[in-house]
Write a protein that binds this ligand. Structure first.
Ligand SMILES: NC(=O)c1ccc[n+]([C@@H]2O[C@H](COP(=O)([O-])OP(=O)(O)OC[C@H]3O[C@@H](n4cnc5c(N)ncnc54)[C@H](OP(=O)(O)O)[C@@H]3O)[C@@H](O)[C@H]2O)c1
Length: 356
């Protein structure tokens, strides 16, 4: 999808650059610098007036999805800020034009929370921790107090389809009860509920996206085969599932943009493609693509890795996650409805030079 396809028609108010289209205010200057300057001013509670008119995204946890989405928003003229956990990454991200805060959700820094308040949109991409649950929600009271009365109007929490648990290979949608067996799945449900409550209490459009297994450039079965890494035990467990739902990162971005365009209250969406498939099938497809592009280059190690995925397959029932609500309510038309087209695009983007 073209970065600008999701634009609503702009509403231009005389003498200003207010945009109601959620994406297309193109700043005449580097507005995040104004913003930082305003945040550093003697009165941190005073709102920086020129910035009130621009869409500003704050991404808690600029990991794989966070960075991909940040880049897409930036192309569309948004001002994007976010967090990471080390200085090296902060510098790298700042070099790409983002306003970045080093931030540990277990010990949240007040200045970062205040900065968050003066953004219009907040995406939470930090996963729960097995020991403490959602790390930021340990400080929920502080968060609520700080965010009140700011500019936020949209909040989205990135969750996981793991919340459904095992459905023995049946289809599940958002109305099916959640029943995770894993501790991380249980913590996800708790985090979903608490973020929905928080957003709702603050009067924001609040949505939860339950993502399937995320893949994209740099993180896919093709990358695993090429780098010839052994599969982790977690990957083996996933491989043994009868069905795994997955989604290309570009389609996650589409869904996020659609959520921004269609605000709602406490709505939950599955974000997956149309083609849940066993992981061994995905690996086998990826291997064929690699062998076709670079014949006879795969080592025995990578063949052993794949063989172990297949022989370990116990066919344990899981679930197939349904994406009808995402299509009907958000109007998302998947760029990659199947892992096949997704993997094909990843290998096509790799160029001809041997990556081994
Ligand atoms: N990977 C999947 O297949 C999958 C499937 C469904 C849902 N999800 C969830 O969807 C979300 C986005 O996925 P993703 O693949 O983009 O995740 P990711 O690359 O792991 O990004 C998560 C981000 O959160 C940061 N983070 C973690 N704990 C933190 C803490 N205590 N304080 C501050 N920052 C913290 C990480 O920092 P560091 O980089 O320093 O670790 C990273 O920037 C995550 O919540 C993920 O768990 C993932």
């Amino acid at each position: 999808m073209d970065a600008l396809c999701w634009n609503h028609p702009s509403i231009s108010l005389k003498g200003s650059e207010i945009s109601e289209n959620h994406g297309f205010f193109r700043p005449k200057s580097s507005s995040h610098l104004h913003f930082r300057a305003a945040m550093n001013s003697s009165n941190p509670e005073s709102k920086p007036s020129p910035l009130k008119i621009q869409n500003r995204m704050f991404i808690l946890g600029m990991g794989f999805v966070g960075q991909f989405f940040a880049q897409e928003l930036k192309y569309s003229g948004w001002s994007v800020s976010g967090t990471c956990r080390n200085l090296g990454q902060k510098m790298e991200l700042e070099g790409r034009g983002f306003d970045v805060y080093v931030f540990d959700a277990n010990d949240p820094e007040q200045g970062t929370l205040k900065a968050m308040k003066y953004h219009t949109h907040l995406l939470i991409s930090i996963p729960p921790d097995v020991d403490v649950g959602d790390p930021l929600l340990q400080h929920e009271k502080l968060l609520r107090t700080t965010l009140q009365g700011g500019d936020l109007r949209w909040l989205c929490y990135l969750s996981s389809t793991s919340v459904y648990g095992d459905y023995g290979g049946a289809w599940v949608n958002e109305d099916n009860p959640t029943n995770p067996s894993s501790q991380s799945g249980k913590l996800r449900i708790e985090a979903e509920e608490r973020w929905l409550n928080l957003g709702n209490d603050l009067g924001l459009s609040t949505q939860v996206l339950r993502l399937g297994g995320i893949y994209g450039p740099g993180r896919s079965a093709i990358d695993t085969i090429i780098t010839q890494r052994s599969l982790s035990e977690r990957q083996h467990r996933r491989a043994r599932r009868q069905y795994t739902s997955r989604v290309h990162v570009q389609d996650i971005c589409q869904a996020l943009k659609a959520c921004i365009q269609r605000p709602s209250s406490r709505r939950v969406y599955n974000i997956v493609d149309d083609d849940p498939a066993p992981r061994e099938e995905v690996f086998s497809y990826a291997r064929d693509l690699v062998e076709k592009k670079w014949p006879r280059k795969l080592s025995t190690l990578s063949k052993q890795v794949e063989a172990s995925v297949i022989t370990n397959g116990s066919g344990r029932g899981d679930k197939r996650v349904c994406n009808v609500r995402m299509k009907r309510e958000l109007g998302v038309s998947l760029v990659y409805p199947s892992y096949k087209s997704g993997l094909q695009s990843i290998i096509d983007q790799m160029g001809d030079e041997e990556p081994f």
